[in-house]
Design a protein around this ligand. Sequence first.
Ligand SMILES: [Zn+2]
Ligand SMILES: [Zn+2]
Length: 428
Amino acid sequence: MWLARSSCGESFSFVCRFNEIRLLRMAADRKRKSEGLGDETEEEEGGNRRRRIRINNKYIGAHVGIQGGIWKAVESSAALGAGTFALFLGSQRSWKRPALDPAAADRFQEKCSALGFDPDHILPHGSYLMNCGSPKDASRSPRVGRSSDFALRSAADVSEKSRALLVDELSRCSRLGLRLYNFHPGSSLGAISTQQCLDKIAAAINHAHQQTPAVVTVLENMSGQGSTVGGRFCELRRIIDRVRDRSRVGVCLDTCHAFAAGHDLAADGGVAAMLDQFDQEVGLRYLRAVHLNDSKGKLGCHLDRHEDIGKGNIGLSAFRDAVNEPRLDGVPLILETPGRPGFQDGEQIELLYSLSDVFTSLHQQEVWFDMNEPVQTWRRSETGSGVPGWKIGPAHRKCLSSESSAMKRRLLLPPPQAACASVRPDGE
Ligand SMILES: [Zn+2]
Ligand SMILES: [Zn+2]
């Protein structure tokens, strides 16, 4: 028998009968309402019941596709149970794009408000073609010889096209009612100095700010691969220092890139240490978004190789710290992980929400979980009725009875009603 304590201090033996579960939920609801901790909604659409839980002012979502129409991103994020999302604003293959269809933009905005997505937390991602730091007057650079004339001409071309694309993408954001726009700062291509490259990026941002209304340009920290810039916080700071309207510039911290660039997020307190350093070198007021990605590469490898949450070299406890970090309140937390069978975006979002301590204090059921067990033994399962439920497999019970193992970490159970849906058959 598991002991569950409600957030109000009452104790319940967790026998998974409807009555107890309902009481537990009511206590949790009371606590949430009294402390304004977030909201929980249930929606019915097309016969499928969905629950979206937002707790602790954390907005967790994934980068989703726009195939079939830009509003599809909103629908698929709702289906994932996400609190926010990221999306591309057009094809990643071409510089020139068809104009944004006003009807599609309206539909996107309607879907956002109907499905409860706050446009201030949605994080469009800039085109990968863009390099605002691309060398333009590189013929003056002593490091480049005549043999690379062609490469220089195309670099100058990229520079112009990138400036134009930045303006175009910011205009699209404002037409969609979005406030943030995240992009990779750029690369010197080894043809100009890092400082020159950073200055060019700031100039492109200033140019785009003049041409467009109030969207915030959000620079992403990079892994420091090759001649890309933005791998060090001081480089981001240099760009920000040269932006005229600082209310329109911010940073998106990518955990995989930070780890690859040398921030040891896998260490105890690694996430907090990175934020401390960010605060010192850049300033937390510029932190506008986070990409939550585990890393296939090792610490300091400078490789940009994303891995599923908890499956890479960063590990689950760093992500647990992230979803409990008050400095990340109200900041979009976006997954860009590859996904694997049974552990796609929806499961990873749900895992991250479940790791929040506020979630525990609301639902107060804790078990010990063996991190070596495959995730499928405890991940969410769909019951026949289409109501999300959780499988509480033998792995759980085994762990409950052997709490001394060093490999065990605390895992937080899902909310009572969901737990009930799958436990009920043998509980009654
Ligand atoms: Zn990115
Ligand atoms: Zn990356």
